[in-house]
Design a protein around this ligand. Structure first.
Ligand SMILES: Cc1cc2nc3c(=O)[nH]c(=O)nc-3n(C[C@H](O)[C@H](O)[C@H](O)COP(=O)(O)O)c2cc1C
Length: 172
């Protein structure tokens, strides 16, 4: 399975989450590409079986500036049917937490991506065993969800083909 992880990180907290998720998915046999969000072309997202987007949180209802172009481009890009999940880091000392992660998820969903509704959010650094485990579990769950969707799509497709075949032979 081809996976893309795009992230932005100012002080390295979201990047660390991205690396843990990448290592976990790679250990599960995925071919994973990890890149900063501000260097990617949104149209290439549909080339992957699964896309994970990571961001830190920045001010009330605002995206970090490095994510703005990506966010704007999502409006024009073809992300129909792309399977996507979001994660990131925030700081509980702020009153508005996680807005960027939720904004990105909502935007992907609004433009036709299939989103994994649960997001992974960690306050500040990922250092403890539990926090590392949270990232690994998130990777496992997203992968399982994505595989289920794939099987369901194959199943639906073969059912449609069977029905078409039946209709065709019945009309002969
Ligand atoms: C100028 C500035 C504004 C921030 N605004 C928020 C905020 O509104 N809400 C929040 O939860 N965290 C806020 N943070 C904290 C970061 O989201 C947090 O430190 C995060 O762990 C940084 O992740 P990174 O290391 O990947 O950059 C802000 C940080 C900075 C430097």
């Amino acid at each position: 399975m081809k996976v893309f992880i795009g992230y932005i990180s100012l002080s390295g907290n979201t990047e660390k989450m991205a690396v843990i998720i990448k290592d976990r998915l790679a250990a599960c046999g995925c071919e994973v590409e990890l890149e900063r969000l501000d260097t990617i072309e949104t149209d290439t997202l549909k080339d992957y079986d699964l896309v994970l987007i990571g961001s830190y949180t920045w001010n009330k209802e605002e995206l970090p500036y490095e994510a703005m172009e990506f966010y704007e481009e999502l409006g024009q890009a073809d992300v129909q049917g792309v399977k996507a999940a979001c994660f990131g880091s925030d700081d509980l000392s702020y009153t508005d937490t996680y807005t960027a992660i939720d904004m990105l998820l909502k935007k992907m969903k609004g433009h036709g991506a299939y989103v994994y509704e649960e997001t992974l959010k960690i306050h500040q650094k990922t250092t403890t065993y539990n926090q590392i485990k949270m990232c690994e579990n998130f990777a496992d769950q997203v992968l399982m969800w994505s595989n289920k969707r794939k099987k369901w799509r194959l199943f639906s497709r073969s059912r449609v083909l069977n029905i078409l075949h039946y209709v065709k032979s019945a009309s002969l």
